[in-house]
Design a protein. Structure first.
Length: 367
């Protein structure tokens, strides 16, 4: 039996698909897996690293203005991508196609419909895009990363499951993580990250606030700044006085995200669905700064979903300054009771077994 995981373009589409694939391997070991992605996406590097076969197809994003010359180019590419995928599926005959986002998933879901596969659509964000709203009508079932997204789909078709995350995030624990980073019980750790590529506004606000934040002698800052800003971050670190330099640790990228998450007392992050899901699973109180150019402003709505339930605070990108960051971080770190309450609420909201729930329901679809 073959299952197809279709999604790509960004980490937010790829990593949930990888988490689902890992759950399939555990829950249905005899099932074969194939990933479908775009010819230009990050999936070309990430998926083979995890040992899965990858079929790449032609797919291009549509412009926001549908009545434009580039829409014709995108539409033609999409039709060709569907034709490519259908030709492969006609031979492979997948039983299930799970779409996690990106235009390659459109090709796979439509081709899957043509060969009679069960279609499962995963919507990570609180505000679905127009493509997923249309695809939901063809799908057998829709899983959502946020409860608010359920109401955007046909009644009875969507279920709130949470965002599939890698198992090593839920399997890590705080004592092990803090010991790994050499943190003592009295030290506090602020984790700062802006997604896989970093975030300039977050970096600049942190650097502006850094001298005042490091006056807190018990504070250690781990900063994932993105590879393009790593040299700048290292120069800033070197310019710090020797007595505080070791308490600011910048990195372009690190593989040990589960350790960093569980070691943190507080996090500053963008509001992507996967980042939020991992923060909740690790029970990390967070300051969320939504990316302002996300389509339909979905990161702001992602953040609001968590803020309303008490596990995070939000600062809009336009309002993020060094002064605002310093005040917010200081206020939270000075209130251990509030941090503990935010941690409890984060763990209550978390859906650490979302991948397993989606796979279980998909197996039930097959009968």
């Amino acid at each position: 039996m073959l299952w197809v995981m279709a999604g790509g373009g960004t980490g937010g589409h790829i990593y949930p698909a990888l988490a689902l694939a890992a759950a399939v391997k555990t829950m249905s070991p005899d099932t074969q897996l194939l990933f479908v992605g775009a010819t230009y996406g990050l999936e070309q590097k990430i998926v083979p690293q995890h040992g899965y076969p990858l079929l790449t197809v032609t797919a291009r994003p549509f412009p926001r203005r549908l009545l434009s010359p580039s829409s014709f180019i995108s539409g033609s590419a999409m039709l060709y991508g569907i034709f490519q995928t259908f030709n492969h599926f006609r031979k492979l005959r997948p039983k299930v196609v799970i779409g996690t986002g990106g235009y390659a998933s459109v090709c796979a879901l439509l081709a899957g419909k043509l060969v009679g596969a069960k279609l499962v659509l995963f919507e990570a964000n609180s505000i679905p895009g127009r493509t997923n709203k249309l695809l939901a009508k063809l799908s057998d079932w829709v899983a959502t990363g946020f409860p608010e997204a359920v109401n955007f789909f046909p009644k009875g078709k969507a279920t709130y499951t949470g965002v599939p995350i890698r198992a090593d995030v839920r399997n890590m624990d705080k004592p092990t993580a803090r010991k790994t980073l050499g943190l003592t019980e009295s030290e506090q750790c602020l984790l700062v990250f802006g997604g896989s590529r970093g975030a300039q506004r977050i970096n600049e606000a942190l650097w502006d606030a850094l001298p005042r934040l490091l006056l807190r002698t018990s504070l250690k800052i781990v900063h994932l700044c993105g590879s393009q800003w790593e040299a700048d971050a290292k120069r800033i670190q070197e310019a710090l006085s020797e007595d505080v330099r070791e308490r600011y640790q910048p990195f372009g990228y690190r593989e040990d995200m589960p350790v960093l998450l569980h070691a943190a007392d507080l996090a500053l992050s963008r509001a992507g669905a996967s980042s939020i899901a991992e923060l909740l699973t690790a029970g990390v109180p967070s300051i969320l700064v939504p990316y302002p150019f996300a389509i339909y402003d979905h990161q702001r709505f992602n953040a609001l979903s968590i803020v309303r339930r008490g596990a995070a605070v939000m600062i809009l990108n336009a309002d993020l300054t060094g002064e605002r960051l310093f005040e917010t971080v200081s206020e939270l770190l000075d209130s251990r009771e509030r941090l503990e309450r935010m941690k409890e609420l984060a763990l209550k909201i978390a859906r650490p077994f979302a991948a397993e729930e989606i796979v279980k329901r998909t197996l039930e679809l097959l009968g």
